[in-house]
Ligand binder design. Structure first.
Ligand code: AMP
Length: 224
């Protein structure tokens, strides 16, 4: 295995982005950078920044571009991400964010942006059973992948809960925003030769194997 990778994971809510991003970050030994986890942690901390983010998260609205871009710029200029790489999960979500990202990652650029494709029906089922650790962000599913002890995270012992924004109204709003704001990014990355459309159906292991094969193929063509 060749460590290091510079990856973006795109896909609808519930496509498995969080699950696959954690697995890929372990596989390539790079930080998992999730803007959603960053905002949820800020909300829990009760900071001023968190209070401002809270109203967007609860409504399922997007946090303003300049705020999110500032958070990602700060994180991607640390030594670990500049030297080893990153798995970006939940960013970019608008074309303006994507343009900012390509400036932030100069000169190395990205290896690939993966679009995890999945049926909307499956997405709704997955979101209804999704649970998340409120401390470390690990993902669970009450139907397919429950924690070993109900309500307790296998990884860190934190509380496993349903996300506040996994209500029917907020889910509907997030899927609508995905179609308007985020889906155009798929073509945006494709036009730059950076897109891999990947089937997100199947077990988490099957999907990870599929992604790693494609990422390794792309990495071969990129000088390090
Ligand atoms: P996620 O965990 O990726 O579904 O993100 C949860 C929520 O955090 C979203 O519904 C937004 O309110 C906010 N958020 C996360 N990432 C972004 C982003 N790139 N741009 C704007 N808002 C974001």
């Amino acid at each position: 295995m060749n460590p290091g990778a510079r990856l973006v994971i795109l896909g609808k809510q519930g496509a498995g982005k969080g699950t696959q991003a954690v697995r890929l970050s372990r596989h390539y030994v790079v930080p998992h950078v999730s803007t959603g986890d960053t905002f949820r942690a800020a909300v829990r901390s009760g900071s001023e920044f968190g209070k401002r983010a809270q109203k967007y998260l609860e409504a399922g609205e997007l946090v303003p571009d300049e705020v999110v871009i500032g958070v990602v710029r700060e994180r991607l200029t640390h030594d670990d991400t500049t030297h080893r790489g990153f798995v970006l999960d939940g960013f970019p979500r608008t074309v303006q964010q994507a343009e900012a990202l390509m400036e932030i990652v100069v000169p190395q650029g990205l290896d690939v942006a993966i679009d995890l494709e999945i049926d909307t029906r499956v997405v709704l089922e997955r979101l209804a059973s999704r649970r998340v650790c409120s401390d470390c962000g690990a993902n669970y599913s009450v139907s397919d992948n429950p924690p070993r002890v109900p309500g307790i995270c296998d990884v860190c012992g934190g509380d496993v809960v349903q996300r506040d924004d996994d209500t029917e109204a907020a889910i509907r709003r997030r899927l609508e925003l995905y179609d308007h704001e985020t889906a155009p990014l798929v073509d945006w990355f494709d036009e730059r030769g950076l897109l891999a459309r990947m089937d997100g159906m199947g077990s988490p292991d099957q999907v990870t194997e599929r992604l790693v094969t494609e990422i390794d193929r792309r990495k071969k063509f990129r000088p390090r």
